[in-house]
Design a protein around this ligand. Structure first.
Ligand code: C2E
Ligand code: CA
Ligand code: CA
Length: 259
């Protein structure tokens, strides 16, 4: 994996995040893939946990930051996206060490010449209750750079709820397991409550793992701002992501509301 990072065998695929009210693509989440010479295309679950347990989180994140910032800078320069259009990257919890990660993000932003307003760093909820001070320092540092912060997998069974969500973040990403529970009254009540919680804090709420139009309609009716999931598109290679972007822009231009 260390060699693969050096030799550029990794790629970022981009999954659209859709405005539930207008149908516009509000941003992409960048998800790592590995073009393995023997095993073919590997998804993130096949190698990100390995990176984390072998001390390779930092080189992986550095590569992801460089690649995502360069890509977003080029979309911004080509005016393919507005300055508000977001690209989100994932970092591992073990990187929430305050100044370190902030410095790495700052360097990636500066080197790529990207408008930092478009960059979002996603931090996953975990059971770890230590390191909260580090998390606050990291969030403050990223905000000083003009970079947004999202809490990933909000409400997941693995989360130390309510921990990270009480911090001053810009976005809460509702865990996809919660979204799949909206077929039951209790699941719907919980999702509705979490959406209201986010709205009351003025935090953007994004639902993950949206697979059906019924789920999208329900989430929209509950006040959820944005959604992401196979209903719209999986994570796409760059060329397809760009095609998706222009297709949605063209479909949405005469009248809005194409969900
Ligand atoms: P995540 O951050 O929660 O990313 C969402 C995952 O859900 C992605 O899997 C995505 O392909 C998948 N997904 C999206 N829409 C749907 C849907 O409608 N239904 C279902 N069932 N799944 C959906 P992926 O790409 O395999 O990534 C898995 C996890 O690996 C990510 O979960 C994230 O925690 C981690 N990961 C991915 N890329 C990176 C990275 O560059 N760095 C780090 N540190 N972690 C990464
Ligand atoms: Ca994520
Ligand atoms: Ca997630």
């Amino acid at each position: 994996l260390a060699r693969a990072i050096d030799q550029d065998e990794l790629a970022l695929h981009y999954q659209p995040v859709v405005d539930l009210h207008t149908g516009a693509v509000a941003g992409f989440e960048a998800l790592s893939r590995w073009h393995h010479p023997q095993l073919g295309l590997l998804g993130a679950d096949a190698f990100v946990p390995v990176a984390e347990s072998y001390g390779l989180s930092r080189p992986l994140t550095d590569w992801v930051l460089r690649r995502a910032c360069t890509q977003l800078a080029s979309w911004q320069a080509d005016v393919l996206v507005t300055p508000e259009f977001r690209v989100a990257v994932n970092i591992s919890v073990d990187e929430m060490d305050g100044d370190g990660i902030v410095g790495h993000v700052a360097r990636a932003v500066e080197t790529a010449g990207v408008d930092p307003r478009g960059l979002v760093v996603e931090i996953a909820e975990t059971r770890r209750v230590d390191g909260l001070a580090d998390a606050i320092r990291t969030i403050d540092g990223l905000h000083e750079l003009g970079v947004g912060v999202a809490v990933d997998n909000f409400g997941s069974p693995d989360a130390a709820f309510p921990l990270l969500c009480t911090l001053p973040v810009d976005e809460l990403k509702l865990d996809r397991h919660l979204v799949s529970e909206t077929t039951h009254p209790a699941g719907r009540a919980l999702v509705g409550t979490l959406i209201r919680f986010g709205r009351e804090l003025g935090t953007r709420v994004v639902a993950e793992g949206v697979e059906t139009s019924d789920q999208a309609a329900l989430l929209r009716s509950m006040g959820c701002a944005e959604g992401q999931g196979f209903l719209w598109a999986p994570a796409l290679p760059v060329a397809e992501a760009e095609r998706h972007l222009s297709a949605v822009i063209h479909a949405a231009s005469p009248c809005r509301g194409v969900v």
